[in-house]
Design a binder for this molecule. Structure first.
Ligand code: ATP
Length: 274
């Protein structure tokens, strides 16, 4: 509903079928989630509960989509935050914000009659970067609070909280985060291969009128090294090119033009960060 904080609720749900490519990552994530769902049996066997899953990989590959799909798959409440939101906070504020997030996740699960809540933390490296002896004390407190909350999760508790975190700089993470019982499940979400790109392009072409001549295979071929986010951009830009010409169908040349544009955009971005 609209009374909820914008950050904590995603209006449209996401399923694994809405995510193109990423077959291995989706499989691994589902397997880990199946574990969560069947937690009664796990308890009997004395298996440690699954608390944290870390998604790693380049920007725009669908990590956020995966976390959302995970919430739908497990019928969980979904809440999201980004590490960068904690950056300019006064000492202690980040820590209490973490505490509140866990509280709110549990409260919402109870209210919505769900057995679990998924807390997605994007850019975990911002708060979970290697601690370097007091230089970033405010982040330390935030990170410590996150670790405390995670350590406090019990298999038997209801609702269950699962943390899914994402980073594209795994090597930056403090080892405390990666210890067993914390983010001990790592799933790589890589750039899509050609088949994956075709799948993603087709997903984003679904609501767009394409000319019969369109050869999406060829576009998938031309977009080597593109992320899902860039492929989404290609479809969108192509539609804009068609619209500018007042055409009602997207043609192959619009798609090729869009590929060039997105590729150029990338290059300019890279140049400017050099
Ligand atoms: P970041 O690391 O920048 O946060 P991310 O990996 O979380 O990126 P998302 O936010 O999940 O990426 O993806 C951004 C957008 O790109 C999505 O909203 C979607 O439109 C598109 N996209 C990315 N990957 C895929 C995919 N595998 N299938 C379909 N669409 C995708």
């Amino acid at each position: 509903g609209s009374d909820r904080k914008a950050k904590s609720a995603s209006p449209s749900y996401m399923t694994f079928d809405d995510i193109g490519g990423q077959l291995r990552a989706k499989g691994e994530l589902k397997e880990a989630l199946d574990f969560l769902i069947k937690h009664a049996d796990i308890q009997k066997l004395g298996i440690r509960p699954l608390k944290g899953i870390l998604l790693t990989g380049p920007p725009g590959t669908g990590k956020t989509l995966m976390a959302k799909a995970a919430a739908h798959y497990t019928n969980s409440v979904f809440m999201a935050a980004a590490g960068s939101e904690f950056v300019e906070m006064y000492v202690g504020v980040g820590a209490s914000r973490i505490r509140d997030m866990f509280k709110e996740a549990r409260a919402r699960a109870v209210k919505e009659n769900k057995e679990s809540a998924i807390l997605f933390i994007d850019e975990i490296d911002v708060i979970g970067g290697k601690r370097d002896g007091g230089q970033h004390r405010e982040y330390d407190q935030t990170l410590n609070q996150l670790l405390t909350e995670m350590d406090g999760i019990h298999t038997s508790e209801s609702p269950r909280v699962l943390i899914i975190a994402a980073t594209n700089r795994k090597e930056m993470l403090d080892s405390a985060l990666l210890r067993p019982g914390r983010f001990d499940r790592h799933i790589e979400v890589d750039l899509p291969d050609k088949k994956g790109r075709l799948h993603i392009l087709n997903i984003h072409a679904k609501n767009k009128p394409l000319a019969k001549e369109v050869n999406m295979e060829q576009i998938a071929q031309e977009t080597f090294h593109f992320s899902g986010a860039q492929l989404e951009s290609v479809m969108n830009e192509a539609a804009i090119y068609a619209m500018r010409e007042e055409l009602s169908l997207i043609e192959q040349r619009h798609l090729s033009q869009a590929v060039d544009k997105v590729m150029m955009g990338e290059k300019t971005d890279r140049e400017s960060t050099k």
